[in-house]
Ligand binder design. Structure first.
Ligand SMILES: Nc1nc2c(ncn2[C@@H]2O[C@H](COP(=O)(O)OP(=O)(O)OP(=O)(O)O)[C@@H](O)[C@H]2O)c(=O)[nH]1
Ligand SMILES: [Mg+2]
Length: 335
């Protein structure tokens, strides 16, 4: 056998080159996408040429596969991903031919989760950010609003969190800078009326919710009433870190409220991502953005299977999270 590696900007071009050079008899030994350049490397073999058969055996799976699966398993285990989810992800790595643990993990994440950033232009329904107390809902409402204001969108911001002293002012201090009037809806009925009155005025509406306790039936009942009255899309906001089993239990509860996406915060202040993987899995929620900074003017980044895989596989001391921060894109809105 003869082994040869081909590089091209995309999979289709790489395959064409393989066929042109080695013909239809070529056997694809491995495919790999360069995470930096996006280039595809295909290693292909052609029968009838004399080379090291053992090397091909190793590449075909005998040698590299267990090593890749083990690397992914160890990384997920370091992050505290629940055992059953680790097994599902490790099995899913087998579907790709890659010698790069990041790409194998990315393929497994892609097969297991959905990834869908929040729109920054317009949306048919308002978004309500919900989640456990202190998860970052209010700051994230301000970040999302700032991002869309920077794109020239007409943004409405509503808070339904008006019971505690100072919390309206916390959000108002940001909306004022963006020249947005913060509206306060005191209860489900007020929210319903406000949204009816505002119908068609805004490209995007972001609604903050109170820090309600997911393990208290009364709290979850009230949150359900708010969501129903508003006819809104609920986005689960949860801080990364913490116990994965607890996060999974919360995910299940929020799944009952119909959350569509998980927006994970505080990735800059944690080393383990098992809890957010467990929460997304239990909530059957898509991953949207992640927040990687406490500052309103920065640090909201869309995540995809490759960037999430890189965070999971890379040594936390390599500061992969910081490299995600696209801070400058909307910071002028609040400076
Ligand atoms: N380091 C870091 N801190 C964050 C991030 N997102 C939010 N925070 C901090 O987390 C704390 C809580 O944020 P809030 O936005 O007030 O959280 P909340 O969910 O609205 O809280 P409640 O309304 O009390 O439930 C604040 O001190 C934020 O600055 C992040 O991505 N990174
Ligand atoms: Mg809040």
């Amino acid at each position: 056998m003869r082994l040869k590696t081909f590089t091209a900007p995309g999979m289709a071009e790489a395959m064409q080159t393989v066929r042109r050079e080695l013909g239809d008899e070529a056997i694809i030994v491995s495919t790999q996408k360069d995470p930096e350049t996006g280039e595809v490397h295909i290693t292909a073999a052609l029968e009838g040429f004399d080379v090291d058969e053992d090397a091909i055996e190793r590449m075909l799976g005998g040698g590299m596969r267990p090593f890749i699966s083990e690397a992914v398993r160890q990384a997920l285990s370091f992050h505290g991903v629940p055992g059953k989810l680790i097994e599902r992800l490790v099995v899913a790595t087998g579907a790709v031919e890659s010698e790069d643990p990041v790409m194998a993990c990315a393929a497994a994440l892609d097969a297991t989760f959905a990834f869908a950033p929040l729109p920054d232009k317009s949306a048919p329904r308002p978004f309500m950010l919900i989640g456990p107390p202190g998860g970052g809902k209010t700051i994230t409402v301000a970040k999302l609003a700032a991002r869309s204001v920077m794109k020239g969108r007409k943004v409405g911001v509503i808070t339904t969190d008006s019971m505690r002293a100072g919390v309206v002012e916390q959000l108002a201090s940001f909306t004022r800078i963006m020249d947005i009037e913060l509206k306060v809806a005191r209860g489900p009925e007020a929210l319903r009326r406000m949204l009816e009155d505002n119908a068609g005025i805004y490209d995007l509406v972001f609604i903050d919710s109170p820090g309600l306790n997911p393990f208290q039936e009364r709290d979850i009942g009230y949150l359900g009433d708010l969501l129903e009255a508003g006819g809104v899309e609920p986005i689960l906001v949860m801080a990364a870190g913490g116990d994965a089993s607890e996060a999974a239990e919360m995910g299940e509860i929020y799944s009952g409220l119909g959350v569509t996406r998980l927006l994970a915060t505080r990735l800059d202040a944690t080393r383990r991502l098992g809890a957010i993987l467990a929460a997304a899995d239990a909530a059957e929620a898509m991953f949207s953005e992640v927040a990687v900074s406490p500052h309103v003017a920065s640090g909201l980044v869309a995540i995809n299977p490759v960037s999430l895989a890189r965070l999971l596989i890379t040594d936390p001391d390599d500061h992969a999270v910081q490299s995600l921060d696209e801070s400058s894109s909307y910071s002028e809105a609040l400076s």
